[in-house]
Design a protein around this ligand. Structure first.
Ligand SMILES: [Zn+2]
Length: 75
């Protein structure tokens, strides 16, 4: 991420408490695996503290990696 780029906020919602919020890149983790089931992003809900995991499609993966979200390779 270049120093001149704007901070990116990702819109997300919590399936537990249904809160909607924006997260910055540091609050998100992206795991990329060999299949759809092992490719997902996760975050902790700032409202209720739930650990949320959602499947990440190709577009989401591009969006998150382009926004500086740290990426894990899952098996
Ligand atoms: Zn929540």
């Amino acid at each position: 991420m270049s120093p001149t780029s704007e901070p990116v906020a990702f819109k997300a919602s919590c399936p537990d408490c249904r809160a909607r919020f924006e997260l910055d890149a540091g609050a998100l983790r992206l795991a990329i695996g060999g299949s759809r089931r092992t490719t997902f992003y996760s975050f902790t809900c700032p409202e209720c503290g739930a650990a949320v995991r959602k499947p990440a499609g190709e577009r989401i993966v591009e969006l998150l990696t382009g926004g500086g979200v740290s990426t894990l390779r899952s098996i």
